[in-house]
Write a protein that binds this ligand. Structure first.
Ligand code: COI
Length: 354
């Protein structure tokens, strides 16, 4: 498939944000986007064209039944060099999400090439101040006009780009509400898929946590409300003495690419990492006894987010005096250094756009 280019004339392009460090996450968008359509069992009409609103019939399937999936990725720039981080993993995960949501597969090679072409057009939009990047949002939605509940026969896949600073403005430990009321996902459900409804379902728990002064919600398993699963939009890690633990990948947990990368980086530096179930009681006991030394969340947008306090069943538990842990800081520095091409990429994760 040949990609068509319809570029915005230079003199009609938007001004670039002059302070990317202070941008609200995902509030500014570049001049162009990539899109392609799916009908009659195939993808077609790939286009790098102006960033432009869609116009939908009110009966479009995704507006009613949430048949939509997305990804989050980042591009970094240092001088003339532009770097992507394990981009094929995001498109493979998009295909896994598509499979669960009965949506069509994309060709990983083709969309990766399309993304590179889009980025070549938009390279001036990639900020290069420390902590900044160009956040990329590949998305697939069901576009058939129909109210009967079945999977759509038509889709749009698109990628939009947004220059961003850090997701959490400062790299400081955040307080988290451990919810024994809400669950993020249930066994047999769609927790492992990056589908829109998972995020919509997290809004009420997030709102209630924010009203109590917490920035994220930690979810427990839906069955017993016993084992920790995820923290807001992030996977979660806990350092018990010298053992770094993260819950194993089940169908209720998003298989984070940041999660996977941090596991490998921690192991590289000799830390024991175990993917095992961990109960909230073990965490609380560990915080009380001093065995829990660090807690942090991990995700594309936030990268690594130190967690200082857990609030559970009316009590507050502060991890290691609420300071940023040594391993948390080291993994953050290491990962962001690799992602922006400043640190050695021993695993061959970084893809440079030429
Ligand atoms: C990401 O970490 O990229 C996500 O998709 C989370 C989103 C809420 C920003």
């Amino acid at each position: 498939m040949d990609i068509k280019f319809e570029l915005v004339p230079e003199d009609q392009r938007k001004p670039k944000p002059n302070d990317p460090l202070n941008l609200d996450f995902g509030s500014a968008f570049t001049d162009h986007m990539f899109s392609m359509k799916y009908s009659d069992d195939c993808w077609h009409s790939p286009l790098v064209g102006p960033y432009t609103p869609f116009s939908f019939d009110p009966a479009t399937l995704c507006l009613h039944y949430g048949q939509g999936i997305f990804e989050g990725m980042k591009a970094y720039r240092r001088g003339d060099r532009v770097f992507l981080f394990r981009p094929e993993k995001n498109f493979e995960r998009l295909n896994a999400s598509a499979d669960r949501m009965v949506m069509p597969q994309i060709s990983v090679d083709f969309v990766l090439d399309s993304l590179k072409q889009l980025l070549r057009v938009e390279s001036d939009w990639i900020p290069q101040e420390p902590g900044t990047s160009l956040y990329m949002r590949p998305t697939m939605i069901a576009t058939e006009v129909r109210l009967g509940l079945r999977s759509s026969h038509e889709y749009i896949f698109f990628i939009i780009l947004s220059p961003v600073g850090l997701y959490f403005k400062d790299f400081v430990p955040v307080g988290i509400l451990v919810s024994d009321k809400y669950a993020r996902s249930a066994s047999g459900g769609v927790g492992f898929a990056k589908t829109m409804g998972n995020y919509a379902a997290s809004l009420l728990p997030g709102k209630e946590a924010a009203e109590l002064g917490f920035s994220q919600v930690m979810y427990l398993d839906s069955h017993e409300r016993k084992f920790i699963e995820e923290a807001g939009t992030m996977n979660i890690f806990i350092l018990f003495d010298d053992e770094l633990v993260t819950p194993p990948l089940t169908d209720t947990i998003l298989p984070g690419i940041t999660r996977d990368s941090l596991i490998q980086l921690a192991r590289d530096s000799g830390t024991t990492v175990n993917e095992r179930s961990v109960s909230i009681d073990e965490v609380v006991e560990g915080i009380k006894s001093g065995k829990v030394l660090e807690v942090f969340g991990a995700g594309t947008a936030a990268i690594v987010a130190p967690i200082g306090t857990l609030f559970y069943k009316g009590e507050s538990f502060t991890v290691a005096d609420g300071e940023i842990g040594i391993i948390t800081q080291r993994l953050f520095d290491e990962l962001i250094g690799i992602q922006c091409g400043e640190k050695e990429d021993r695993h061959g994760w970084v893809v440079e756009i030429s």
